[in-house]
Design a binder for this molecule. Structure first.
Ligand code: AMP
Ligand code: MG
Length: 492
């Protein structure tokens, strides 16, 4: 166990124009809300040190731990389709990198750590509500097995942040494979800075896609790697009903992790047109649009890489197009394979995708709760008496009755017995997701009454999403009316 952080910083060895050196701005009265002891252990950190006075000072930005080299990173990005040549970390400071016990290098970043040269008109701060939302949802995603940034700690600052009304402020300590985004590549491409692009691409290859270094064309292999990782990631989102909400290119990690939890939310009733974010008026980032948007973002990444892919432009464009053509098969294999597993089918056969698609269509027509339907289906796979609980989730239960016999006939062709099938289904169909109404209640308790008990309770339940936790059944309940009309706001 290490006191402080065993920093080993590689990003700051890149050219100066990649970042701006900036220490976090101290806060008035830091108070620890939560420290992630398990994650601390994985990173080789001493959780007791983190929760002590020196640790809290480091997590609040009031003290710079030894070995830290704090910077705000530069990036650009397409926000709702509009290119902004300079964004950058406006309210986050990268303290440095640590190599964990598993040998993985990870960024330690303070989000809400005060203004930076990239803050534009923002205050560089984060409000408590969005910090708790990101902490909870990112940890829930990790427990679901979905690649994501992690939350190491949340600290209240003791200072208000001015939004529409004054709100309590907080700092989130975020852990990520890296914070390099599609927008980081766009930052240098927009400036015609090929030298920086090459340095960035080499850094990303070494850090995230080391096998690409051996390829005939390492930059093509890098692009292939990012495309495959992102296709798999978006499939995983869809399979648990996750809506990221703001898939701007600056919010897409090239390491294939879910990043920048702002207006994200999980589906209650299944409807692929679902949009939660109040600012996404055109539904650009609706649940069902996410695969298409990911490809759009990857196309922007491919464009930035053109000068590296080949000296000849036609050749470079052909290489980029060939790489992008790999997206759909990767996504479809991950999504359809995942859907088949959700309905208990181990090996994907002809017709399985259509069978699962038919269920989804019926769920959408009948406002069936996404998570509850698939979880109830696990029981139904084990014994037909379980059908009652599934059909009750459909406005017209006969929509399920029509589908179930075809599903059973297909299940009978599987080589597993019903108990094995049900166990396999329970390992991919969570009982517990961060339910929007519960996340809101948790935030209200913390913000209005400084009551963090609901946060801790929800966090504990969501750490074991695939386990039946009968005494926690209220956390698996769907909201009244299927959650229709729920709105989220950007985490600023
Ligand atoms: P986000 O929507 O959180 O992904 O942020 C988009 C951009 O706005 C990023 O460049 C952020 O750093 C910046 N930003 C968001 N909130 C603030 C804030 N309160 N102060 C300064 N910059 C911010
Ligand atoms: Mg962002």
């Amino acid at each position: 166990m290490m006191m402080s952080f065993p920093f080993d910083n590689s990003y700051v060895r890149l050219p100066e124009r990649f970042f701006a050196r900036r220490a976090p701005t101290p806060v008035a009265a830091p108070r620890l809300i939560q420290v992630n002891r398990t994650l601390a252990g994985e990173l080789g950190l001493d959780p007791d040190w983190l929760a002590g006075p020196e640790g809290i000072a480091a997590l609040a930005g009031n003290g710079i731990p030894p070995g830290a080299d704090p910077v705000a990173t530069a990036y650009a990005g397409h926000q709702f389709g509009q290119f902004v040549p300079q964004l950058g970390d406006g309210r986050a400071v990268l303290l440095g990198e640590v190599v964990g016990r598993d040998g993985r290098r990870r960024d330690i970043q303070l989000k809400g750590a005060g203004p930076t040269p990239f803050s534009r008109s923002g205050d560089g701060r984060a409000a408590l509500g969005p910090v708790l939302r990101e902490y909870l949802v990112s940890e829930a995603m990790a427990a679901l097995g979905i690649p994501t940034t992690r939350a190491l700690a949340a600290v209240a600052t003791g200072e208000p942040v001015m939004r529409e009304t004054p709100l309590p402020g907080a700092v989130l300590t975020r852990v990520a494979a890296s914070h390099i985004r599609v927008g980081t590549f766009q930052f240098f491409a927009a400036r015609g800075d090929v030298e920086a692009l090459r340095a960035l691409a080499d850094h990303v290859v070494a850090r995230h896609y080391p096998e690409a270094a051996q390829a005939q064309n390492p930059y093509r292999a890098l692009l292939d790697g990012v495309i495959a990782a992102q296709a798999a990631l978006v499939a995983r989102w869809l399979l648990v009903g996750f809506v990221h909400g703001v898939m701007n290119t600056d919010n897409m990690s090239v390491a294939g992790e879910t990043i920048d939890y702002g207006p994200c939310a999980f589906l209650d009733a299944y409807d692929p047109r679902t949009v939660y974010s109040s600012i996404d008026r055109a539904g650009r980032y609706a649940y069902g649009e996410q695969p298409r948007i990911a490809l759009w973002n990857l196309t922007r990444l491919a464009e930035t890489l053109l000068p590296l892919l080949a000296d000849d432009e036609t050749e470079a464009v052909a290489a980029a197009e060939a790489a992008l053509a790999g997206y759909a098969p990767h996504f479809e294999a991950a999504y359809h394979g995942g859907l088949a597993r959700k309905i208990g089918l181990g090996d994907l056969r002809e017709g399985d995708a259509a069978l699962a698609g038919d269920l989804l269509r019926r769920m959408a027509e009948n406002q069936a709760d996404f998570t509850r339907t698939f979880r109830a289906l696990c029981e139904a796979a084990e014994r037909p008496a379980g059908d009652g609980a599934v059909r009750d989730l459909f406005v017209d239960p006969t929509a399920y009755d029509d589908w179930a016999p075809r599903w059973r006939a297909r299940l009978a062709e599987e080589a597993r017995d019903p108990a094995e099938t049900a166990a396999a289904m329970r390992a991919v169909n969570p009982a517990f997701i961060p339910r929007n109404h519960q996340v809101e209640a948790m935030i209200a308790a913390a913000v209005e009454r400084a009551d963090f008990a609901p946060f801790a309770a929800l966090l504990a339940v969501l750490a074991r999403p695939y386990a039946d936790q009968p005494d926690q059944a209220r956390f698996a309940e769907a909201p009244e009316g299927g959650g229709v009309g729920y709105r989220t706001f950007c985490g600023t």
